[in-house]
Design a protein around this ligand. Structure first.
Ligand code: BV8
Length: 245
């Protein structure tokens, strides 16, 4: 692992595993989301075209569940890093790229809300996208009853999440950050979905130090300079302490 002193710019990728201890189902663990629903039925544009009510209900249930969960120690540790790791205090840049569509990173960072550097590459449950006018609106309510778009009033709102076959958001910003990074840390992801699963390879090709914090070895573990197994709630606070120490 690169000496801590040389680390200035950090890119962190988080996946469903960082929210597991908050009680949010992951996708591929036993009993996870993909055991209850076929991906092609609920997380593709084709599935939405085939049965919009089923898809809208699937996301309504997940959005509503957010009200019953809270961030865990791993989210809190990253929020602390987000607040303390700044160029102006001699540290450097930080980008937290999350594959998650929950709002737990933001809610953990509330005291530092203004400084949050969280990027949702697969969108957010709490955002609605209008298929008629393209407006994105902050959204907390159900979509299955086809409410009107706040801007154009058309009943054409869909979850503002990236389905399979759709282009993830802000990839230019992600790759620009990876190019400048000294350290890439992957937390709680199986490394099963692209292009996120390729970030560790992109990082290594650019000479970036790579660290994995995950409950078990993942599909990408062999690509990391260092891979630590354990619960995010234990590994992430310890790692943040190490970096800030
Ligand atoms: C793209 C949002 C194309 C929605 C998600 C054919 C056609 C088109 C594309 C493809 C194709 N074939 C392959 C592809 C690419 C495809 C892909 O990768 N498919 C896979 C199945 C092979 N990717 C895409 O389609 C992407 N788009 O490629 O664009 C393109 C390219 C160029 C130009 C135009 C278009 C879009 C993919 C995004 C899909 N949306 N989510 C929603 O949430 O419903 S994916 C979803 O699953 C997540 O967002 C995440 O990205 C992904 C993986 O989930 P994880 O977060 O890793 O969770 P998982 O359950 O898998 O693992 C949890 C991990 O945590 C485990 O390792 C576990 O051990 C660990 N863990 C558990 N508990 C803990 C823990 N760790 C620590 N502590 C704990 N307590």
């Amino acid at each position: 692992m690169q000496a801590m002193a040389e680390i200035r710019n950090i890119v962190i990728l988080t996946g469903a595993g960082i929210s597991a201890e908050s009680g949010i189902d992951t996708f591929r663990d036993a009993g996870g989301l993909w055991e209850q629903h076929r991906v092609e039925d609920v997380a593709t544009p084709e599935g939405f075209a085939r049965d919009p009510a089923l898809v809208l209900r699937f996301y309504d249930l997940r959005r509503e569940a957010l009200g019953r969960v809270v961030p865990n120690a791993a989210h809190a540790a990253l929020a602390r890093l987000d607040a303390e790791w700044q160029p102006e205090n001699g540290r450097g840049d930080l980008l937290i790229v999350t594959q998650n569509v929950d709002d737990l990173h933001e809610r953990a960072g509330a005291p530092y809300q203004t400084r949050s550097r969280v990027l949702h590459m697969h969108g957010e449950l709490k955002s609605a996208l209008c298929l008629a006018c393209g407006t994105r609106s902050r959204w907390d309510a159900p979509l299955a009853d086809r409410p009107p778009c706040p801007v154009c009033r058309a009943p054409m709102l869909r979850p503002d999440v990236v389905w399979f076959g759709e282009m993830p958001y802000q990839m230019d910003r992600v790759y620009a950050a990876l190019r400048q990074a000294d350290l890439f840390v992957s937390i709680g992801t199986s490394g099963a979905v692209y292009p996120a699963a390729d970030f560790v390879r992109d990082a290594r090709e650019m000479g970036v130090a790579t660290l994995e914090l995950n409950l078990e070895r993942s599909e990408g573990s062999l690509w990391f300079h260092e891979s630590r197994q354990g619960r995010a709630g234990d590994l992430v606070p310890a790692w943040v302490e190490e970096v800030l120490g």
